[in-house]
Write a protein that binds this ligand. Structure first.
Ligand SMILES: [Zn+2]
Ligand SMILES: [Zn+2]
Length: 339
């Protein structure tokens, strides 16, 4: 098969057209999520690109193929807009900026978090180590997680020059005005974009079909991330939405229904954890292992998500006085509060 034929086939698999010339590009990611959605929105001049993907050779090959198929060049990308700072959305932004010369828009909060993770002298990995140590994770698994985190530095390089935009303001995309909505919990500083006349929502990773968005307690996002997430879902549920453009899987219509499912999912998980802790006190690691361990197959990347998601739920329960914790030999043990 010739190079161009292969590219054309690749492009057909990886792109889909939506109304008003919007292009959904499925950019591959080497995780169980399979792909991240980029959206190319036609402008009077060129295209706005939402969330370019993770920087891997495979992702760049897909982009080359998709641009070729649609008769576009990197220079046709005139703006890069990031919903949030996670590497699968942000990682390729610097590369695309180099190829296109386009400005990269991101919130100040999201950018600060990206710098704290991948900027020079980052202490994030050490902080994560101590957090997981005091919640009972064995040293070997912590080391594997630290090693896995290292691999992300290349996948977000080069890092872009950023122009800030903020929640509460409006932005023109595809000739229409969009409201920027603060959507914390999955990633602090994340934005959703709402178009009132069309009733369209670009929702980043805040509301995903089929997947429950990860809600993590990690250094730099301490607070009560699950509370922030549930509050945000409640707020997003107030908008009339006919079509939602998510960061993963495909655009979908039942935005409200999906929000209701996600809220229910977290309520059930909270109840399950509280019930486990009513049986016996456990560390966060023990809870995580009991709930997710068999599905994680020792995969360090997935363990990090599962552990931080468990912590987010435990923090939520503790703030609601349903459980309590005490440090025993340097490891927090959680137990249920009997009403
Ligand atoms: Zn994300
Ligand atoms: Zn994502």
């Amino acid at each position: 098969m010739t190079m161009n034929k292969r590219k054309a086939e690749e492009a057909a698999v990886h792109s889909a057209s939506w109304q008003e010339g919007w292009l959904q590009v499925k950019v591959p990611v080497p995780f169980s999520l399979k792909w991240v959605n980029s959206y190319l929105i036609p402008e009077q001049q060129g295209y706005t690109l939402i969330d370019p993907g993770l920087r891997t050779d495979e992702a760049i090959n897909v982009w080359d193929a998709v641009l070729l198929r649609h008769g576009l060049h990197w220079k046709d990308i005139t703006r890069i807009v990031l919903t949030h700072q996670h590497p699968d959305h942000y990682g390729l932004a610097g590369y695309v900026q180099e190829r296109s010369g386009a400005p990269v828009f991101m919130t100040r909060g999201a950018h600060a978090y990206a710098i704290s993770l991948w900027g020079e002298g980052s202490v994030f990995s050490q902080q994560l180590q101590s957090l997981y140590a005091e919640h009972g994770m064995p040293a070997a698994l912590r080391a594997a997680i630290a090693e896995n985190l290292e691999t992300f530095v290349n996948m977000v390089s080069p890092q872009p020059e950023v122009t800030y935009f903020e929640a509460g303001s409006h932005m023109m995309l595809g000739g229409l005005s969009w409201l920027l909505i603060d959507a914390p919990g999955h990633a602090n500083g994340q934005l959703c974009f709402y178009q009132k006349e069309r009733q369209w929502m670009i929702c980043g990773d805040q509301v995903l079909p089929d997947i429950s968005p990860n809600v993590s307690f990690v250094p730099g996002e301490e607070g009560n991330p699950l509370k922030a997430f549930l509050n945000s879902l409640h707020e997003l549920g107030q908008y009339g939405v006919k079509l939602a453009f998510p960061g993963h899987r495909d655009p979908f219509t039942d935005f409200q229904g999906r929000i209701a499912e996600l809220r229910q999912h977290h309520e059930q998980r909270l109840d399950k954890m509280a019930a486990m802790l009513a049986e016996e006190p456990r560390s966060a690691y023990d809870v995580c292992e009991a709930l997710f361990g068999s599905r994680l197959n020792g995969n360090a990347h997935q363990w990090r998500f599962a552990m931080s998601e468990t912590l987010a739920h435990l923090v939520y329960l503790e703030r609601n006085a349903r459980i309590t914790s005490v440090s025993v030999d340097g490891v927090y043990q959680y137990s249920a509060v009997t009403p």
